[in-house]
Structure formats: C-alpha cells, structure tokens
Design a protein around this ligand. Structure first.
Ligand code: ATP
Ligand code: MG
Length: 356
C-alpha cells in the first residue's frame, strides 16, 4: 500500500544507498537505514544498490558482487524497508546513471576529486596504495550521478559520506550555472526556481554518524572485518561485543565514557536513565566492569536485531531470492523512468539533442 500522502502534492524525494561489498552491519543501521525506514512513510524514497561501484575494488569477483547485491536487498527488507513504499534501484539496471557520470566528470577538476577526504581515507584504510584502478576515484563522481539522477532533496547517510555530498552539491551548482544559466550567487534553495535543472541536495546524518568497529578504532565497515552484521546470531553478537577493546583493567578506577564501548551503550541501550546510570558509575569507578556492560550492550543489540533475523528467515523460507529478483525487475522500470527524465533534460541543456 502506498503511503497516506501519495495522493496529493508531490512528495519530497530522498535517495541513498549502499555498496554491495559485503553484508549490512549495525553501523549502517544507526547511520542511515534507521532514517530510511522512518522517511519512507512520508517521502518518495529511492534506495540504491551501487553494484557497479563494487567493481572499483573487486572487478575480478562478479559472482560475489551479484550475490552481495541480493543479500543487501534481503537485509533491507529484513530491516524494515518496504518495497511497496520505497523504490529499489540496482545501479547497473539504470544506464542513464552511467552517462550522467560522464557528464558530471567534466565539471569536477581532477584534483578536486582526489582531494576528497573520504576517498583518501578509503585508499589508506583499505590498503589500496598506488595500485587502485582508474575507475576507483571515478566512483566519487558516480555517486554524484546516483544522487542527481533522482533529483532528491535529502540524502540520508553516515558522517563519512558528507564529503561526497558536498562534492555532489558543488557539481549540481556547476551544472545549473554552466548549462541552465543559473547565477552562481543564487542560494542553494532557489536553484530550481532560478531555472536550474538539479536541486541542491542536503545530507541527513543519522542518530550516530560514525559507529566505531569492534576493533575500537576504525569506522565499523563491511570491508574491514570489524562489524556486527544485521544477520549475526545471539552468540555471534555476544562474542563480538566481548572483543570491544577499551584498555581498562581496574573496575574500581574511573573510566572514560568516550571509549568505544560507551558509544555502543549510548547507541543501543534504549533506556536513557540506564545509560546515564552506567556512564555515572563508570566515570566514578563504582565497581562496574567492562564485562558487565558488554553483557548489557550485547542484549540490547540482540533485541534490535532479533525481529530483523525473523523477517529475514521468513523471506528465506518463502523463496527469498525470487522475491528479491522480482522486486528488482518491477522497480527498475520506475527508477529508469525518473533517471531517463533527468538525463533527457540534461542532454537538452547540454545541446546534445541531434536525433530528436
Ligand atoms: P565499505 O567498507 O565497502 O565502504 P561501508 O561499511 O562503509 O562499506 P557503505 O556501503 O560505504 O558501507 O555505506 C553505506 C551507508 O552507511 C553510508 O551512508 C555510510 O555513511 C553509512 N555507514 C557505513 N558505515 C557506517 C558507520 N560505521 N557508522 C555510521 N554510518 C555508516
Ligand atoms: Mg563506505
């Protein structure tokens, strides 16, 4: 069933997505997915699986990328994304995005792309050194195309993506100026009114912008082996939470509540009074050990994930892969209609209409 607001005025558009480089984790939940589930009621939502971007680091693993694409979609459904309300976009099924990437890449100076701090971090953390493909940095431009193809107002993301969103905003302004004659001094919110084709989108960071991994240092990330996955069992959750490193040995010594463990306390223990009590006792060194807190954190994460595990099991039991493939097929038409409309208008603005 479509949402209550579907009948009247056009709803504000939202676009965001994930790369199929592994399964979804609780960092995705607090950073972006929780917001998606909330927004799908009142906004026209497009959720994209960036399978072409997975090739930037795994071009030799097409089968894994294909199965990760299916798994991510199953995770979305399990997490509460509703295919009757939101449109699922598999990037490779929407060719307009690839052409838009080409056009936008001409509007971004090469050094501007390479200075993008998220890209630099990834090269470093993923150990890509100087051996990365030519296409790797291009994914940052591709992400601008993913977003702008759908002309959304809002992009719900984790903190690490804000640098990408900033670049996307920059290139949208430049497109509107170069090809639609929008004065560069025009405020972002007035670009469309001033004749610009592309609205300047805003990032919307979730409740926790950067959940640290169980290694206690890096961002939780599906490529770094430091994640608690949405599909993890109760036992796996307990084992992983037990590994969170704090360096604290004496439960009677004052502890630092800015450590990784307490980020998990604040992110997943739902009773604010209990969070405050744990923080207070930890700071004072009031006979409260990490082990005890970890048991509570693991239980809280398990409570969050257990309905997702159940929903996923239901999908798997009732022909999971077929359901997912069916969603991809039916939604592709809707996604292509919107992206092709954007590309058509871009081509018009760029005087690339020779055959019509
Ligand atoms: P990869 O390691 O392949 O880059 P990832 O775990 O960073 O994977 P992405 O697909 O790059 O996941 O990110 C999907 C969305 O989830 C983005 O909006 C990103 O900002 C958000 N996100 C990812 N990890 C976290 C995290 N640890 N905390 C908060 N948000 C996150
Ligand atoms: Mg990432």
């Amino acid at each position: 069933m479509r949402s209550k607001s579907a009948s009247s005025a056009p709803r504000t558009r939202v676009l965001t997505g994930d790369t199929p480089s592994g399964r979804l984790h609780i960092g995705h939940w607090v950073g972006s997915i929780e917001n998606r589930v909330r927004l799908q009621d009142d906004y026209e939502c497009y959720f994209l699986i960036a399978n072409l971007h997975a090739f930037t680091t795994r071009a030799d693993q097409p089968a894994e990328i294909a199965s990760d694409t299916i798994e991510i979609l199953k995770d979305w459904l399990a997490a509460g994304i509703d295919p009757d309300r939101a449109t699922v976009v598999v990037q490779s099924e929407v060719p307009a995005i690839t052409e838009i990437t080409w056009h936008l890449s001409m509007l971004l100076p090469f050094n501007r792309v390479m200075r993008n701090p998220t890209l630099k971090d990834e090269l470093d953390v993923k150990g890509l050194g100087d051996k990365y493909s030519f296409g790797f940095p291009l994914y940052a431009v591709g992400q601008c195309a993913d977003i702008l193809a759908f002309r959304p107002a809002l992009v719900p993301v984790g903190e690490d993506q804000l640098a990408h969103i900033e670049m996307c905003r920059e290139v949208a302004r430049r497109f509107n100026h170069t090809y639609c004659g929008v004065d560069p001094a025009t405020p972002d919110a007035k670009h469309v009114e001033a004749g610009g084709l592309l609205p300047i989108p805003e990032g919307l960071v979730g409740r926790v912008g950067r959940l640290v991994g169980i290694d206690g240092t890096q961002k939780m990330s599906k490529s770094l082996g430091n994640a608690i996955y949405l599909t993890d069992s109760t036992t796996q959750i307990k084992r992983k939470v037990a590994q969170i490193y704090t360096g604290r040995v004496d439960m009677n010594a004052p502890g630092d509540t800015q450590n990784a463990l307490f980020q998990y306390v604040r992110s997943f223990v739902t009773d604010p009074a209990r969070v405050a009590e744990l923080e207070d006792r930890y700071r004072r060194g009031d006979a409260i050990g990490d082990g005890h807190i970890k048991v509570e954190v693991a239980a809280a994460i398990d409570t969050l994930l257990s309905p997702m595990r159940e929903r996923r099991a239901q999908y798997d039991a009732s022909g999971g892969e077929d359901i997912v493939l069916d969603i991809i097929r039916t939604h592709a038409a809707r996604a292509n209609a919107v992206a092709a409309e954007t590309l058509g208008a871009m081509r018009e603005a760029m005087k690339l209409r020779f055959t019509r």
